[in-house]
Design a protein around this ligand. Structure first.
Ligand SMILES: [Zn+2]
Length: 393
């Protein structure tokens, strides 16, 4: 098994990063100060100096940082000037960090998925998180006293899917000491359709209303709102099922190239080649806390691009509209907007199913107000949802 030493790797990176390069004294072991008691416990793997998605809290007490995926609420604190420690992540996330965020590649350590390796004496495995491209869950096996070890799962952001139960690495973590869980939707009110149902809804509508795409005829323009990364599966399925390319601007294309979609034939930067156009997240309207459509902007785009009608799709996560109507529609004159619940986080039932499968001793919520604090009221309220599923030994 490959063995990595954070301190050693970090000192090498730091030496090369300094201008001009200068040798940095190498004590056999860096004597790091203790981790402060204020460090968010939902981001720290016990008995290690491994900090997960905690770049805002970086300090001289750790050089081993882990990044679960490339969403700003997780990589916040990283910048082109970052030099406080190593960043362990998936190969896709590593490319996004260096090519999009311009973090120095000296500090970025891409780790392959499904391949155990030793970092500072702990066994670490990355497995897919079914979230955005490159998103992973981390599995940590930490040596304990008497030759035993403790096991921790950190899900990052994730959407549970049934095949996870068959993952041989995850199966080895049944009965873990704790699971650090993406509790974005940890409440029974969070119910939403499967991703397939949502994609089906969008593709069928484009097929029905748009017919076959002809370059010479411009009638209905379809707009799909997206973030910088995430929910690419929707676009790929539209292209496949509706037999047309998807138009994106140069900035989005640059990110898609980093993700490996450059030569997929799915995307085009030529506006005339497609009637399905990707737009930025808030272009069709503000989504939170309630959806407020922006028909003025839609009209601008319609006129500018020479169409006579616009159908927009906003693939939201869960929204307040979901409980009344799975796919709610807003319309005005030549414009309609479909709010499609498409989630890359687990629903309440999926969270329960995951915990029922893993049977951990503890669930540590990672998302919610003040979950960073050890005595968080919100966290203990969420933990009650799993009370019957954890194993007290
Ligand atoms: Zn995320």
């Amino acid at each position: 098994m490959t063995a990595l030493d954070s301190t050693d790797l970090f000192l090498t990176a730091l030496t090369a990063f300094s201008h001009p390069p200068r040798p940095i004294p190498r004590p056999l072991e860096l004597s790091l100060p203790p981790i402060p008691s204020t460090f968010p416990h939902s981001k720290l793997i016990p008995r290690t100096r491994f900090a997960v998605d905690a770049f805002r809290y970086a300090g001289d007490y750790s050089v081993s940082y882990f990044l679960s995926h490339f969403h700003s609420d997780h990589y916040g604190g990283l910048s082109p000037n970052w030099s406080q420690g190593l960043v362990f992540c998936s190969p896709t996330t590593a490319r996004l960090l260096t090519d999009v965020l311009n973090v120095s590649s000296l500090f970025v350590v891409p780790l392959p998925l499904g391949q155990p390796l030793l970092i500072d004496g702990c066994e670490v495995v990355l497995i897919d998180a079914n979230h955005c491209p490159g998103a992973v869950q981390f599995l940590f096996k930490v040596p304990a006293s008497n030759g035993d070890f403790q096991r921790y799962v950190h899900t990052g952001d994730f959407r549970f899917s049934a095949p996870m139960k068959l993952d041989p690495f995850l199966c080895n973590f049944v009965g873990s000491d704790a699971v650090f869980l993406d509790t974005t939707y940890c409440n029974p009110k969070f119910v939403f359709p499967s991703q397939e149902e949502s994609v089906d809804y969008i593709s069928s509508l484009i097929e029905r209303v748009g017919g076959e795409h002809e370059v010479s005829v411009k009638s209905v323009l379809f707009l799909v709102a997206t973030y910088v990364i995430g929910k690419e599966k929707i676009l790929i399925e539209i292209a496949r099922r509706c037999k047309r390319k998807v138009y994106v601007d140069a900035r989005k294309m640059a990110v898609l190239r980093v993700l490996g979609y450059g030569d997929s034939g799915v995307f085009t930067e030529d506006e005339c080649e497609s009637d399905v156009h990707v737009v930025g997240w808030n272009v069709l309207g503000e989504t939170w806390p309630y959806f407020r459509p922006n028909f003025v902007k839609m009209e601008e785009i319609m006129v500018e691009r020479g169409y006579s009608r616009v159908v927009g799709f906003v693939p939201t996560g869960w929204t307040y509209e979901v409980k009344r109507n799975k796919f709610s529609v807003r319309s005005k004159d030549a414009f309609e907007i479909h709010l499609v619940p498409y989630s890359e986080h687990s629903s309440y039932d999926e969270l329960r199913e995951y915990v029922r499968f893993l049977k951990p001793r503890r669930v540590i919520p990672t998302v919610g107000s003040d979950v960073e604090k050890i005595d968080s009221k919100h966290a203990s309220k969420m933990q009650k949802h799993f009370a019957g599923l954890i194993i007290n030994r």
